[in-house]
Write a protein that binds this ligand. Structure first.
Ligand code: AMP
Length: 297
């Protein structure tokens, strides 16, 4: 595995790989790898020939007062993990390598960035799309792997790549959880033992929401209220939002049909965590005669 720090070295390595006929798989990250990151690396390894993992704690996507300086870092551990996943290039640029003085361009995706996490973090997604657009530009034609843990980010990046005609196929991969259901996150490292214990309420509330939807509750407001009530039972957990949206364009939903995303964000002891679940409305109903028939969503 090569560890590169310069943008032009990364561009040259990717150009050479493509010239040799290799398909490139890109995994953008902020490091402190866990199984969620590693599942993306494995998918890229499996489906492409030349795997590039980028590790950059992107200042542009952190707001004032957020955890940029405290964000967990472990370059040696991350390099060892990436090598175990048979990654070809680990790109670890310094901030000044990415953001040169005098830069005036950012990338903004309208609409999709406004609700959910965008409500509390108004500049966050512009930071994400700007760094991801720059990485796509340097790496060039590739498949780029993102986790559904960050469902809104995946929707925003997919839209950006389409709208800007970027030669990148954006691939979404499943959310990876701890054995007790907590969504894996680099930020879980901040949680005290007591906070870690109650953090599973997010997963539990999503499971309850999914079960309720699947058993016929299709009123989004009632699903939302049930999540709020369940999270409220944990005084250490401050819910930021609980929402039901369409799973692709993230539009607000009143009556749940087809496939929806149920998404939550909360702060636990000052640590902001997000989680979500995609739920498909059951297409089966039992008639008076006890016969199961298919219902079109
Ligand atoms: P991050 O380092 O947190 O910016 O995440 C880098 C990539 O890993 C993003 O595409 C995330 O969505 C993905 N990721 C983070 N946590 C998970 C998880 N628990 N399951 C799946 N993917 C994840």
């Amino acid at each position: 595995m090569r560890i590169l720090e310069r943008t032009e070295e990364l561009r040259a390595a990717c150009d050479a790989a493509r010239a040799a006929g290799h398909r490139i798989g890109l995994v953008p990250t902020m490091g402190f790898f866990h199984e969620g990151h590693r599942s993306l690396m494995r998918a890229a390894r499996h489906e492409t020939d030349f795997v590039v993992v980028t590790l950059f704690v992107n200042p542009l996507q952190f707001g004032a007062g957020e955890d940029l300086d405290a964000y967990p870092r472990d370059l040696d551990g991350d390099a060892a993990a990436a090598a175990l996943e048979d990654v070809d290039v680990l790109f670890t640029p310094a901030v000044h390598e990415i953001y040169r003085p005098g830069a005036r361009t950012t990338v903004h995706v309208d609409g999709l960035t406004e609700g959910l996490c965008g409500a509390a973090r108004p500049e966050h997604f512009d930071g994400v799309t700007t760094i991801v657009a720059k990485l796509f530009s340097v790496v060039g034609a590739c498949r780029a792997y993102f986790g559904r843990k960050d469902a809104q980010q995946l929707a925003v990046v997919t839209r950006m790549a389409a709208d800007l005609d970027l030669p990148v196929e954006v691939v979404g991969r499943p959310l990876v959880r701890e054995p007790d259901g907590l969504a894996m996150s680099s930020r879980n490292a901040y949680l005290s033992p007591d906070d870690r214990e109650v953090a599973t309420v997010l997963y539990r509330s999503l499971c309850a929401a999914a079960a309720s939807i699947e058993s016929g509750e299709h009123d989004a407001e009632r699903i939302r209220a049930a999540i709020v009530a369940m999270v409220d039972e944990e005084p250490r957990v401050a819910l930021e939002y609980a929402e039901v949206r369409t799973s692709d364009e993230l539009e607000r939903v009143d009556e749940i049909t087809g496939e929806v995303l149920v998404a939550v964000a909360a702060s636990i002891g000052g640590t902001r965590l997000i989680d979500n679940m995609t739920v498909q409305v059951s297409t089966e109903v039992t008639t008076d005669l006890g016969v199961i028939v298919e219902r079109r969503p």
